[in-house]
Design a protein around this ligand. Structure first.
Ligand code: GDP
Ligand code: IMO
Ligand code: MG
Length: 418
């Protein structure tokens, strides 16, 4: 079988965790392929809410293998915290959660470097989650990184050498820090040692050969991709579909369905351009309705209208075969809904996501009538109001990809397959 990929088409937080949990029963393996604890993936079921950072969102379904593959950067401190919380719920993951030996480790000084670098940027800061993501990927590409597989080799020697390098780097910043978290780091390392540490690329490809199904769970979103996102206001990994190949060690020909997930509107957390952003009261209204506060940092998310220029760009980069629209219910009370269909930049119209995202971009909007219906208890598409059908039809016509799922609330049950 093939690897199906589920990834975000906007600036993250599209509801990936929820939908991966919904789709998991159809798969044998769920894999995270990039990013790290900058991700916060929320799952809700039986009146219980759970946020995952390092761990794939398939863990609440029995007998599925979850795997953290080589493209991920893993923080032992966050990992231990997540495992402790799951153990408290009676969930023992030591059998069905595997970790790639090639996944890089986030060490305490990576996080300090992240904070020092952001502080030094002042006003032009990225708005990083400060989880050490950038410095860890820098060490990976700079060939200095510490990997999970090193636990069986000269781990302490390598750790100390990396820490020493970081301390030297920190001297260029006027930044006060301490190494109090080292103790927690080594406690986390002991927890990682309880898990099966594997050559994940072999395990993933073995599953494919055995005709088993795999769902790859993206983190962040396409517009935060290191190559194609709104650089430099991006994360440090490839969040696009190609990232699933390098992040797991599978051939491009092994990719099957590509589920592209988007909110019925748009949000962004942290700094950076956001052409369809709503400022002032309108933005706050959407934030309140959508409970738009970061799952990892608790920061208020910036909110705006759906942006088809950005969405079309994301579809092109990912080869999306099926669309999933989430948070549809958040628009339930709107009289009118706007959709950006083009940008005007210095008086020129374009339907392209521009290189210079800092330019004065004015979105051109199409307006549609809202459905003014409570969707949260709707479970079949026959009960969709006409205006919602119109909205979906308009998107499908513009995007040329079918909307296959519509999510109408945070709970596992609140989703309609079209
Ligand atoms: P992820 O990072 O893509 O997994 O998304 P997050 O978990 O960071 O943010 C999505 C938020 O929206 C979470 O609080 C979810 O519980 C919630 N959510 C997901 N789908 C829906 C939906 O269809 N409607 C509403 N109202 N909330 C949703
Ligand atoms: P999930 O998987 C939303 C944003 C940060 C910041 C930029 C760089 O939950 O969708 P980093 O910590 O990577 O150095 O931050 O990227 N960011 C996210 N925004 N959802 C995420 O993950 C994000 N992960 C990083 O806010 O602007
Ligand atoms: Mg999130």
């Amino acid at each position: 079988m093939k690897v199906d990929v589920l990834l975000g088409l906007q600036w993250g937080d599209e509801g990936k965790g929820k939908v991966v949990d919904v789709l998991t029963p159809r798969y044998d393996m769920i894999a995270r392929f990039q990013g790290g604890p900058n991700a916060g993936h929320t799952l809700e079921f039986n009146n219980h809410k759970h946020i995952l950072h390092n761990i794939p969102s398939g863990i609440f379904r029995d007998d599925k293998l979850n795997i953290i593959t080589n493209g991920v950067v893993l923080d032992p401190i966050v990992f231990k915290r997540e495992i402790d919380a799951l153990e408290a719920m009676g969930i023992d993951l030591t059998k069905n959660l595997w970790i790639s030996k090639k996944a890089h480790l986030i060490i305490p000084t990576h996080r300090i470097l992240d904070a020092a670098s952001e502080a030094a940027k002042g006003k032009s800061k990225i708005g990083s989650t400060l989880k050490g993501i950038g410095p860890t990927y820098m060490d990976k590409t700079g060939r200095n990184g510490l990997r999970v597989g090193d636990l069986e080799l000269d781990f302490i020697k390598k750790y100390e050498a990396l820490k020493k390098k970081h301390k030297q780097l920190l001297t260029i910043y006027d930044y006060e820090y301490n190494l109090d978290e080292e103790k927690l780091f080594f406690e986390g390392i002991e927890v990682i040692k309880k898990f099966n540490r594997v050559d994940a690329e072999y395990e993933v490809n073995r599953y494919l050969e055995e005709d088993k199904s795999i769902l790859a769970e993206g983190a962040q979103g396409t517009l935060l991709d290191i190559d194609f996102g709104s650089y430099p206001f991006v994360t440090s990994s490839n969040t696009i579909c190609a990232g699933a190949c390098t992040g797991m060690g599978v051939a491009p020909s092994a990719i099957g369905e590509v589920y592209g997930i988007f909110k019925a509107y748009c949000t962004r957390v942290g700094s950076g351009p956001f052409p369809s952003e709503l400022h002032g009261e309108d933005g706050e209204h959407l934030r309140e309705l959508g409970k738009e506060f970061g799952s990892t940092t608790g920061r208020p998310r910036r909110c705006g209208w759906l942006d088809l220029v950005a969405l079309k760009y994301s579809l092109m980069l990912n080869g999306v075969t099926q669309l999933i629209m989430t948070k549809t219910d958040v628009l339930d009370t709107f009289e009118t809904i706007k959709i950006a269909t083009a940008y005007s930049i210095n008086g020129e119209l374009t339907d392209r996501f521009p290189y210079d995202m800092e330019a004065d971009i004015k979105p051109i909007y199409t307006e549609m009538s809202g459905w003014k219906t409570d969707l949260t208890s709707v479970r079949t598409k026959d009960l969709f109001p006409k205006e919602l059908n119109d909205y979906i039809r308009f998107l499908e016509k513009e995007l040329k990809v079918p909307v296959k799922y519509v999510s109408v609330g945070p709970d596992r049950e609140q989703i309609i397959e079209m």
